[in-house]
Design a protein around this ligand. Structure first.
Ligand code: BDR
Ligand code: CA
Length: 315
């Protein structure tokens, strides 16, 4: 039985590849996609989600999320993802329409209609998920798990203490981590090991299919940015980790911990505070993913590209 999932994303290069991986996976059933503001404005991330799904020929409802965090001004990341939020490949205009429902409305409706508990996969700021939990607390029992990209047990990427997605809306993240729903946290600890190199990009491109070529062109832009700004030896493919963990948890390793979010610290706002010891009786509410088999992760992505290339998809 495939795991029913809803993705909440801010495409974004790695979000786009997370959508590709989720759509291709027979282990998952992608029921709906909702958008968050973060890598770019909500107008751009919503268009980008529609563009990618249209490119794949996917008939999946896409709903627009909140245009800003719960209490803060929006931070965007054009230096990472470009002015469009998805700079690099030239993609056709989207044909998939935007839902008339909001992200919260579509998520609530989809969860209510699902005979099985639904897994949420947020790969951006947690604004929409927090708004859903606040407005529909009765649906918590029908959310099987939240597998998210965000945070880190150690350090940050936007400040020394904070990872971007959590920093954009720390109050929303605080609500999500404290909701009593099982959470898998794919933070920087693991995503900085989920590196895609130029050689991997050439492996994708060599397939010559339309989806492989599109992903290789996304990676050209993303790898160049990371080579110019970091010394990681490749480009971290953050968001696909939250999807891949659901498809193949055996290629990852994790430890349970209590995780909460710093919302007030002058230097540490947006930090995920990870307590592997469960001090003072704190409940270990999160599976903190710490490592992965990089080669198997790349193989998983490569298999997904080959599968989609062979299906053709709409152009
Ligand atoms: C996260 O920030 C965004 O730029 C990426 O899409 C990813 O979700 C990594 O910190
Ligand atoms: Ca993202």
């Amino acid at each position: 039985m495939p795991i029913p999932i809803i993705m909440d994303c801010d495409p974004g290069h790695d979000d786009a590849i997370a959508l590709v991986l989720a759509y291709a996976a027979p282990e998952l059933e992608l029921l709906a996609v909702t958008t968050s503001a973060g890598n770019q404005t909500i107008d751009k991330t919503t268009r980008n989600a529609r563009t990618i799904l249209s490119f794949l020929g996917a008939d999946i409802p896409v709903a627009r999320g909140a245009s800003r965090p719960l209490f803060r001004e929006l931070i965007i990341a054009p230096q990472v993802h470009g002015e469009s939020g998805l700079d690099g490949p030239t993609l056709p205009d989207p044909t998939l329409p935007e839902s008339t429902l909001s992200a919260v409305e579509l998520t609530a409706k989809t969860i209510k209609e699902s005979p099985q508990p639904v897994t949420l996969v947020p790969t951006g700021a947690l604004t929409n998920v927090a708004a859903l939990l606040l407005s529909h607390p009765e649906l918590k029992a029908n959310i099987g798990r939240i597998s998210l990209m965000g945070g880190a047990a150690v350090g940050g990427n936007w400040t020394p203490a904070a990872e971007f997605n959590i920093l954009v809306d720390p109050e929303a993240a605080h609500i999500v981590f404290n909701a009593g729903i099982p959470v898998t946290m794919c933070g920087l600890d693991v995503t900085h090991k989920a590196l895609v190199t130029r050689a991997d990009t050439e492996r994708f491109r060599a397939h010559g299919g339309r989806v492989s070529t599109m992903v290789a062109e996304l990676m050209d832009f993303f790898v160049r940015f990371h080579e110019e700004n970091f010394e990681l030896g490749g480009s971290p493919l953050h968001d696909p980790c939250a999807v891949a963990w659901l498809i193949a948890p055996e290629i990852f390793s994790s430890r349970r911990a209590h995780v909460d979010v710093e919302c007030r610290g002058a230097l540490t706002v947006g930090a995920t505070v990870v307590d592997f010891e469960g001090r003072n009786g704190a409940v270990k509410n999160v599976d903190v993913v710490l490592d992965l088999d990089r080669n198997r992760f790349i193989d998983l992505l490569d298999d997904a590209l080959l599968r989609l290339d062979s299906q053709g998809g709409a152009s």
